[in-house]
Design a binder for this molecule. Structure first.
Ligand code: MN
Ligand code: MN
Length: 462
């Protein structure tokens, strides 16, 4: 009979900290991967910016705009931009799509604060913007910090202007004010969800009046004048605009060992980057590989750029037609990693997690069998067969991985786009990385974990 130690080695699942089990070279590779990722984060702070940055990058790697009437051969690299806010990149496989395709799907929208269609107003001789938050945020986290303004304004003549203000060190930025503690006795007694109300996320946009205009709205008019001088837009143009306020700071290493990255938008640009870079390096995969960078996940994946829309289904139908197949026959045989982040175990808030089934920083890519809430509602629960297949692939390719569930049963919950891909009859499982302070303006991930997710996607694509 084996001794206890040998038996444990043979039978029990081990915790593996990448900082201990990976080679020095792998840890260094992870550090280098993190450098490219930080640049990606700084360049792409909105879904549009990410899509454009990714297209530019893809073109430099030989990807061409998809034309469904053109005939593609194995090794051809294509991209398809869907309505400026979601992007598909693909590399045609040796088998084309006849055995199904391999999908990695992540989202490139992140929680933020959007301007309302009629944003600009004046109160007490200050110019302010009315906003409506986007996605699940703790509102108090978005006050008293520098914000930058990003987005697109479509003018009455149909032309558009792209705005990105607050990112350069010489730019002005914006902020949402908060009440001083001295006068906050009543506010401090409220629950966190009531202390800062959505309607009070008003953004400071200026304070000087137009000198020769002695009316009550002279500050608003002065700010509108300056906006018009800079961008050539009028107040009505705000109605046809998508303007988003996001944290103005850049991604930065965290900790004396620089093992972590703090930034806005790790959910889900970390997974988007890993899936995207994996696709960029594919030469001639067996089956066609596809990375999808989707929009609108944070608000339920609705709309024509979200995963509830048919843009992926149509794209796959076009790819299938290349091989004389029907889209549905390809989808039925296809497999997908739904790449999204999971909640990293946080010792400060350990009570909300179940330790054994949580994911941990530096233990690698996270496989999440199901998400949802209230008894596995609103999720795609991955099959034992597909879990087995993915696990074996990762083990064979020496990818450091772990499992994760989103907190304790009934602590809350959440969803991913896995279920929308599963609805297309595709085998799908959630795979991502652990994030600390998820959905805050400054989320934290580990360089080892994002690098391991990249390796996991590569293994899956092979
Ligand atoms: Mn996400
Ligand atoms: Mn999210």
């Amino acid at each position: 009979m084996l001794k206890g130690k040998e038996l444990a080695e043979k039978l029990l699942l081990k915790k593996k900290n990448g900082g201990r089990v990976l080679s020095e070279e792998e840890i260094q590779n992870a550090g280098e991967f993190g450098e490219g990722y930080k640049k990606f984060l700084d360049e792409g702070k909105t879904e549009r910016e990410v899509a454009y940055y990714a297209i530019k990058y893809a073109k430099s790697k030989g990807f061409e705009q998809f034309d469904k009437d053109k005939k593609y051969k194995p090794g051809d690299k294509i991209y398809y931009l869907n309505k400026e806010r979601s992007l598909i990149v693909a590399v045609i496989g040796k088998n084309g799509s006849k055995n199904g395709v391999r999908l990695a799907v992540a989202h490139i929208d992140s929680p933020r604060v959007d301007l309302k269609p009629r944003p600009l107003y004046e109160d007490s001789e200050m110019a302010l913007f009315k906003t409506h938050y986007y996605g699940g945020i703790k509102k108090y986290q978005w006050t008293a910090m520098p914000l930058s303004l990003h987005g697109r304004v479509v003018k009455s003549d149909g032309s558009h202007i792209d705005i990105r203000l607050g990112e350069d060190k010489d730019d002005p930025c914006f902020c949402i004010t908060d009440l001083l503690p001295h006068l906050a006795r009543e506010q401090m007694g409220k629950t966190m969800s009531k202390a800062i109300l959505g309607e009070n996320l008003n953004v400071l946009a200026g304070s000087l009046p137009l000198r020769e205009y002695d009316e009550s709205n002279s500050v608003k008019l002065n700010i509108m004048r300056l906006i018009n001088e800079k961008y050539g837009i009028t107040e009505e143009d705000f109605i046809s605009a998508e303007l988003e306020l996001v944290p103005a700071y850049k991604a930065q290493d965290i900790g004396f060992d620089r093992s972590l990255i703090g930034a806005y938008g790790h959910d889900d640009r970390s997974c988007a980057y890993a899936c995207f870079i994996a696709a960029m390096g594919m030469q001639q995969p067996e089956d066609t590989i596809i990375t999808v960078l989707a929009d609108k996940e944070e608000i339920g994946s609705d709309g024509n750029t979200g995963m509830q829309s048919s843009f992926l289904k149509y794209f796959i139908a076009d790819i299938a037609a290349q091989d004389g197949l029907k889209g549905r026959d390809v989808l039925r045989k296809s497999k997908c990693l739904s790449a999204d982040v999971n909640a990293a175990f946080d010792p400060t808030y350990s009570g909300e997690y179940e330790a054994a089934n949580s994911c941990y920083v530096n233990r690698g890519a996270v496989i999440t069998k199901y998400t949802g809430s209230g008894g596995k509602s609103d999720t795609s629960d991955a099959s034992a067969e597909f879990m087995g297949e993915v696990r074996n692939t990762l083990n064979k390719e020496n990818v450091l991985w772990q499992t994760g569930q989103l907190g304790k049963v009934d602590a809350g919950g959440g969803g991913t786009i896995a279920k929308y891909v599963a609805n297309l009859c595709v085998d799908v499982v959630d795979m991502g990385i652990p994030v600390l302070s998820m959905h805050s303006p400054f989320e934290v991930i580990s360089k080892i974990d994002i690098y391991m997710l990249y390796k996991a996607v590569l293994a899956f694509f092979k």
